[in-house]
Write a protein that binds this ligand. Structure first.
Ligand SMILES: NC(=O)C1=CN([C@@H]2O[C@H](COP(=O)(O)OP(=O)(O)OC[C@H]3O[C@@H](n4cnc5c(N)ncnc54)[C@H](O)[C@@H]3O)[C@@H](O)[C@H]2O)C=CC1
Ligand SMILES: CC(C)CC(=O)C(=O)O
Ligand SMILES: [Mg+2]
Length: 355
């Protein structure tokens, strides 16, 4: 029987609540599909600061690199917001992504038929929507030097090199080849030099993919188009900050940020994490939607472990649960037959799998 080593980082806020549900579901599907999972927990973010004095302990870096894949919850919270920048949970997360070399963050935004009434957008606008946001994750303005804040003047730097743009562009074109063969590259080339290089490079790269239609859009327009007519998009490729913002926007096309999973991939390892943060406003209340994290676990099975049947079983169980009218609080006003807490939603998805 196959056995996989999974590193687990629960993090802060709702992180532990949602990761526990994903593990519950993984255990249910692994029994059904005849493989086992060995989990090892590592600290990161606020809890790591409180325990070790540092947001990213070396043990976490080594442990994740030694595993087959990493399941990640979320980090951060007000408690740590006043720390110097280099000691903050978010700085630990960025350093973690950089050290793991996970340059491509794949954020699918799929509207399930079962949830077509779960969005504030009209059903006809969103039905059948299936977007893949390919966000560059270890470059751009979140990482660029110089950066500083002296209390009077503050600045950050948006940097991309051509090899970095080619690397992420290739991921987008390759994904598009397996999908509807359309890539929309999002930038701000009317204002930013870095975006002009991004656009020129995408144009050059597109010559290697003649079957794929490449279009370009400014990020402000892209945000508007995402809510106006999301079905016009197939693959969106963009830089770190634009992808961060546009994928949160896309979550409202789907219905809730608690539904969107992601895979952060590179050449060394992969990290599977919901797109949302630690949601301190609802932490400990038992109302967080665990589906984004459970779907991230399904992506882990599909992409890192090649357990395709298991991934399908999870996704089918989620659709069935939603079709039967079970909702967490974030989706309570959309065709809910019964509103479940976080644990009950995890229990139910696990039970549908083992049916
Ligand atoms: N990957 C990570 O670990 C990320 C961490 N953060 C950190 O998280 C903290 C909170 O950031 P926010 O801007 O509030 O973003 P957030 O994504 O944590 O929350 C935004 C809103 O969405 C809701 N929400 C998020 N996930 C949900 C879920 N699973 N179910 C139901 N509702 C959910 C929250 O209750 C909140 O109202 C900050 O410290 C931030 O830096 C933010 C984004 C990503
Ligand atoms: C620390 C932030 C860059 C995290 C975030 O918002 C994200 O990755 O979506
Ligand atoms: Mg974000």
């Amino acid at each position: 029987m196959k056995n996989y080593k999974i590193s687990v980082i629960k993090g802060d806020g709702i992180g532990p609540e949602i990761v526990d549900e994903a593990i519950k579901v993984l255990n249910s599907v692994s029994k059904k599909c005849d493989f086992t999972l060995d989990y090892k927990e590592y600290l990161m973010g606020g809890i790591a600061i409180d325990t070790t004095g540092h947001p990213l302990p070396q043990e976490t870096v080594d442990g994740v690199l030694d595993s087959d894949a990493c399941l990640f919850g979320s980090i951060g919270g007000e408690k740590w917001d006043t720390l110097p920048r280099e000691l903050r949970p978010e700085t630990g997360l960025l350093k973690f992504r950089e050290e793991m070399g996970v340059y491509a963050n794949l954020r699918p935004a799929i509207v399930y038929d079962e949830l077509v009434n779960a969005s504030t957008l009209k059903p006809e606008v969103i039905q059948g929507c299936d977007i893949m946001v390919v966000r560059e994750l270890i470059g751009g303005i979140y990482f660029g030097q110089p950066r500083a804040n002296d209390g009077f003047k503050a600045y950050n730097t948006m940097v991309y090199t051509k090899p970095e743009i080619i690397r992420i562009g290739k991921q987008a074109f390759e994904l598009a080849m397996k999908r509807d063969k359309r890539v929309c590259s999002v930038d701000k080339a009317n204002v930013l030099e870095v975006s002009q290089l991004w656009r020129d490079t995408m144009n050059e790269l597109s010559k290697d993919y003649p079957e794929v239609t490449l279009s370009h859009m400014y990020v402000d327009n892209a945000a508007m188009q995402l809510v106006r007519n999301p079905k016009q998009f197939d693959v969106i490729v963009t830089g770190n900050i634009f992808g961060d913002i546009l994928s949160d926007t896309a979550s409202m096309v789907v219905g809730s940020i608690g539904l969107l999973p992601s895979a952060s991939t590179g050449d060394k390892t992969a990290i599977y994490e919901p797109i949302h943060g630690s949601a301190p406003d609802i932490a400990g209340m038992g109302i967080a939607n665990p589906i984004a994290t459970i779907l991230s676990a399904a992506m882990m099975l599909r992409y890192s472990l090649n357990e395709i049947k298991a991934a399908d079983l999870i996704e089918d169980a989620i659709k069935a649960v939603l079709k039967d009218g079970y909702r967490t609080k974030d989706l309570a006003s959309f065709d809910a037959k019964e509103v479940l807490n976080t644990t009950a939603m995890g229990d139910l998805i696990a039970a549908y799998i083992s049916k």
